[in-house]
Design a protein around this ligand. Structure first.
Ligand code: MLT
Ligand code: MN
Ligand code: ZN
Length: 269
């Protein structure tokens, strides 16, 4: 199974357009686009996992996702969603030229996105359906992570509103959980044996940003103490010192054997 880490920043990206903090203004740090992945069993048919507002530039930066060989062919078959947050879903609107596309997510997420669907249906009738057990030879397992609803969704639909995915193919497995407020029961079992667990790394520490507990992201400093798993961190907020490769926080994460992947990281699992 092939995994391409398309983007690794939290909502707003890095640097964040309306932030002048020292990290955002540091010209030595590589920009990061908003969190999302592409996965493929065969290297020819690809599924996006989350669709960030940076999707167009992510596709252009990724030869595997370029159009062809026919005039209107694209290797992008569909999109799987972990949640309905705008930083994970606005990219759907950018795919409106696609004549066919399969969109999968938890029912509450698809329901919240019916507003998007009202728009995209006017362009092309994509298929919107729950997460299948298998997609193009990749086995998919989901774990309900939380009931954190996006601010725009006033719909009291029962959750889960956020899920984690475990992808398995030919004995290899990989876990993606970019939005985690509390480690759900059974997370370690769900992730056992995975080559990488790409986890919510929004914040490094609990007091990094006022109100962050309200935003519901468990900090890296806590997860690296609690989990004995091969972790990699994504959805990095612009306040997170691990973005700077020279920071002591980054060194501590790497000393534990964990990864802070850059955009464009490729894994063969
Ligand atoms: C989150 O990750 O908590 C959300 O994407 C925040 C937001 O941008 O609304
Ligand atoms: Mn987010
Ligand atoms: Zn900043």
């Amino acid at each position: 199974m092939k995994v391409i880490v398309l983007g690794t920043a939290a909502g707003g990206g890095f640097p964040q357009w309306n932030c002048a903090c020292p990290t955002c203004r540091n010209p030595d740090l590589e920009p990061r686009t908003q969190d999302g992945l592409a996965i493929s069993a065969d290297g020819e048919n690809w599924f996006l996992v989350n669709a960030s507002p940076d999707l167009r530039s992510q596709i252009l930066a990724t030869p595997e996702l370029h159009a062809g060989p026919g005039l209107r062919d694209t290797p992008i078959r569909g999109v799987l969603l972990t949640d309905a947050e705008l930083d994970h879903t606005l990219g759907l609107l950018l795919l409106r030229e696609a004549e066919t596309l399969e969109i999968h997510g938890p029912p509450a997420v698809l329901n919240a996105l019916s507003r998007f669907r009202d728009i995209t249906d006017r362009y092309h009738a994509w298929t919107w359906s729950p997460v299948p057990d298998e997609l193009d030879g990749i086995t998919i397992k989901t774990l309900a992570v939380s009931d954190k609803r996006p601010r725009y969704a006033d719909d009291p639909a029962p959750g889960p509103w956020v899920v984690a995915y475990r992808f398995e193919h030919h004995g290899g497995s990989f876990v993606y959980a970019p939005c985690v407020a509390h480690l759900p029961d059974g997370f370690e079992q769900f992730a056992a044996g995975a080559t990488y667990v790409l986890l919510d790394g929004t914040f490094h520490s609990a007091d990094e940003m006022p109100g962050q507990t309200v935003m519901g992201h468990l900090p890296i400093a806590t997860t690296i103490e609690q989990l004995d798993l091969p972790l990699a961190f994504t959805h990095l907020n612009n306040t997170n010192p691990v973005i700077d490769p020279t920071s002591p926080e980054r060194a501590a994460v790497e000393k534990h054997g964990h990864l802070i992947p850059n955009d464009g990281t490729r894994w063969e699992i």
